[in-house]
Every structure is written in structure tokens, then in C-alpha cells.
Write a protein that binds this ligand. Structure first.
Ligand SMILES: *Cc1c(COP(=O)(O)O)cnc(C)c1O
Length: 384
């Protein structure tokens, strides 16, 4: 069996058509999009075409509402720091959740430590879901920004973003969502959701790495986090990564075209994988919600009293790539902040593994992995 890749939440393979459209932007159309000469104009027009395609994927009305960044992390930083600073004269309180990606959590920590903001971290229930009433209860006079991720990268929980955003707006508060895991898996319509800011990253939907975007709803003010030129309508200084942006545009076009097909395929594979796991293992637990509240491609499973690092190592020896679900858990003492937040029992926390599925995965691969897992788990148990 060839290499089997079940780590699409970490990154996805870049598709051939995307590489093809990027190629000319390295050796033929290399001018700076900010230059006024003809080659520059060509470059600028390619950048705007790409922006248009990404705009469509998230249902935004105007391409101007999209700011290209160097990925999801930068989009989150720009959203949090940019919006917080723009509104700091009205208040310095921000609400987020305890299960955000580190790009959001550490931006909050930065605002807290260096700029005097106060942050409230909302708790989640045992499936990782945020209670809309809990958001209401935590809003204060000086709350200026709420940031809640659309879907969690570790346990796949999908939040009631539309309801949460509505509560924020009733209180004149800016609402940001990190939708990096959601784009390309679920249909997104920023206007229907009613969000002000939304982060996306190309490499999570079969585009290139190092490019992303922040949707900034018309009229929402941001203090730029890069000082320099007036690119991206003065919201993000620096010469755009043109080839990557063009690749992101193509990836967005393909993702939109295949959205329903991909979702249906991933849901079937996910549910098949989960049922096979339960058919073959005792002492396991699925972390995160069931059915519609879970990302189509996410499986997070705990093997009771076993160690995830040993399981992953053994999977890796069999050319199977999976993950613990959090980048910082490996080899360190820190336990996943997400698994802690859902109050997972001690005996299940250490043995948690994430399998995240992508378009290329097949049922045969799942059968193969479950079969290998059986040997691995048996052996690890016998060693105890
Ligand atoms: C991957 C990821 C990010 C970071 O995106 P990069 O483009 O890798 O910087 C942010 N948030 C979530 C939820 C992610 O899954």
C-alpha cells in the first residue's frame, strides 16, 4: 500500500490545476501589481481575478471586502489586533472561546499583555459547542469584539455562528470567525452568517501554503498590522504573493464547484470510519459532536489508557499519517487545550488521535488503517 494521508486538517495536497495556473506567475507575469506599466497592469488584473474567485467561495458581495494575507495565522492576527485597536477608544473587552486556534488565542494574549485589553474565554460543553446564552451573559458595556471559530481543528465542532454573530450585533460588537477549517468543507455565505470578519487559508482547501485572506465587511475599520505601502486598500502592506494568490483563486473556484460532492463524500467516509472503529475496538471514545455539528472530514478518537504518540509512531511505520490534533501536544507536557476544555476524562486524554479526511481518501484506505490499528492496539495493550 502506498502512503496513506489522514491529516488534511493540518494541510491538504495542492491540486495539479492549481499548480498549472500558478506557473506563469513565476517566470512570465512577474511584474509588481502596484506598477503602472503594462506588465504591472496584467499582474494587477490577475490579482483582482483571484480576489473575485475567493470572494465567490465565501458568498461576499464585493471583492474589495477581501484582504490577501500570508495565511490563516496572519488573517487571525489582523482580525483580532486590527479590530481591537480600531475600537479601543470604545472599550477594551474581547470575548473568545477556550478552544480557539493558537493564532486567535495568542493574539488575545498579546492584546492582554501588551495593550491592556481584557479577555473572556467562553467555556464549551462536552461536545465543544458554545452556548449562545453564555455569550449574552458575558457581554459587557466595554465589549468591542467577539471571536469564535467556525469549526474546531481538533474535534471538528461546528459553532452556531449565525446566532452568535446576531447577539454580537445586537450589542454593537464586531464579530470575527476563524473559518479556516470550514472553507471548502461547508457552504459559506458571509452575509447570511452576518459576520464582520472571517479568516481563511488556501492550503486547507487544496491551494498553496503561505496565502490566505481576511474578509472585512464593508465599513469595518482595522488598524493594519503591517506598516509599509498602501497595498490591499491600506489594510495589508507589502507586495502581494501573486502566484500564490492566483493559486488560491483557482483552488477556491474548484472548491466551490465540488463543495456538495466533497461534503457528501467526506460524510460517508467519516461515518464509515467511525462505525468500523466501534466494530473493531472496545474502550474507545469519539471526541466532539455527532452528525451535523461535526466537520465532514473530522474524526477524533481516544483509545482508553493508551498513549497517542506510540499509536501515531506505529501508524507512521506503516506509512499512515494521522495526528494528535494539536501541534503542541507532541513530546511536551502540555495537554490539548481543546480536550481539556471539553472535560475529557484523564484516561482518554492521552490516547486521542485525529484522522482528518480529504477528497483523495477511499474506503479501502480506511479498511487498511483499521486493520493495521488492530495489530498496533493489541500490541500496545499487551505491553502494558
Ligand atoms: C490551519 C489553521 C490556522 C492557521 O492557518 P495557516 O494558513 O496555517 O497560518 C488557523 N486556524 C485554524 C482553525 C486552522 O486550522
Amino acid at each position: 500500500m502506498k502512503d496513506i494521508y489522514f491529516d488534511h486538517a493540518a494541510t491538504t495536497p495542492i491540486v495539479e490545476e492549481v499548480i498549472e495556473v500558478m506557473q506563469p506567475f513565476y517566470n512570465e507575469i512577474y511584474a509588481n501589481p502596484a506598477s503602472s506599466h503594462l506588465p504591472g497592469q496584467k499582474a494587477a488584473s490577475a490579482l483582482e481575478d483571484a480576489r473575485e474567485l475567493v470572494t465567490k467561495l465565501i458568498g461576499a458581495k464585493k471583492a474589495e471586502e477581501l484582504v490577501f494575507t500570508a495565511g490563516g495565522t496572519e488573517a487571525d492576527n489582523l482580525a483580532l489586533k486590527g479590530a481591537a485597536l480600531a475600537r479601543s477608544s470604545e472599550g477594551k473587552h474581547i470575548i473568545t472561546s477556550s478552544i480557539e486556534h493558537h493564532a486567535v488565542l495568542k493574539s488575545c494574549k498579546y492584546l492582554e499583555k501588551h495593550l491592556g485589553f481584557e479577555i473572556t474565554y467562553l467555556d464549551v460543553d462536552q461536545d465543544g459547542i458554545i452556548d449562545v446564552e453564555e455569550l449574552k451573559r458575558n457581554i459587557r458595556e466595554d465589549t468591542i469584539l467577539v471571536s469564535i471559530m467556525y469549526a474546531n481543528n481538533e474535534i471538528g465542532t461546528i459553532q452556531p455562528i449565525k446566532e452568535l454573530a446576531a447577539v454580537a450585533h445586537q450589542n454593537d460588537i464586531i464579530f470575527h470567525t476563524d473559518a479556516v477549517q470550514t472553507v471548502g468543507q461547508l457552504k459559506i455565505d458571509v452575509n447570511d452568517l452576518g459576520v464582520d470578519l472571517l479568516s481563511i487559508s488556501a492550503h486547507k482547501f487544496n491551494g498553496p501554503k503561505g496565502i490566505g485572506a481576511l474578509f472585512v465587511s464593508q465599513g469595518v475599520e482595522l488598524v493594519p498590522q503591517m506598516s509599509g505601502g498602501s497595498q490591499e486598500r491600506k489594510r495589508r502592506a507589502g507586495t502581494a504573493n501573486l502566484a500564490a494568490a492566483v493559486g488560491m483563486g483557482k483552488a477556491a473556484e474548484i472548491a466551490l464547484e465540488k463543495l456538495a460532492e466533497k461534503r457528501n463524500k467526506l460524510v460517508l467516509l467519516r461515518d464509515y470510519f467511525i462505525s468500523e472503529l466501534f466494530a473493531n475496538f472496545d474502550d474507545i471514545k469519539i471526541n466532539g459532536p455527532k452528525g451535523d455539528y461535526r466537520l465532514p472530514g473530522n474524526i477524533n478518537i481516544s483509545f482508553k489508557n493508551l498513549d497517542s504518540e506510540s499509536i501515531l509512531f506505529n501508524l507512521s511505520l506503516n506509512n499512515i499519517a494521522a495526528s494528535t490534533g494539536s501541534a503542541c501536544a507532541s513530546g511536551s507536557l502540555s495537554v490539548s487545550h481543546v480536550l481539556k476544555a471539553i472535560a475529557l476524562e484523564e484516561e482518554y486524554i492521552k490516547g486521542a488521535i485525529r484522522f482528518s479526511l480529504g477528497f483523495g481518501n477511499t474506503k479501502e484506505e480506511i479498511d487498511y488503517v483499521v486493520n493495521k490499528l488492530k495489530n498496533i492496539i493489541d500490541r500496545l495493550k499487551s505491553l502494558k
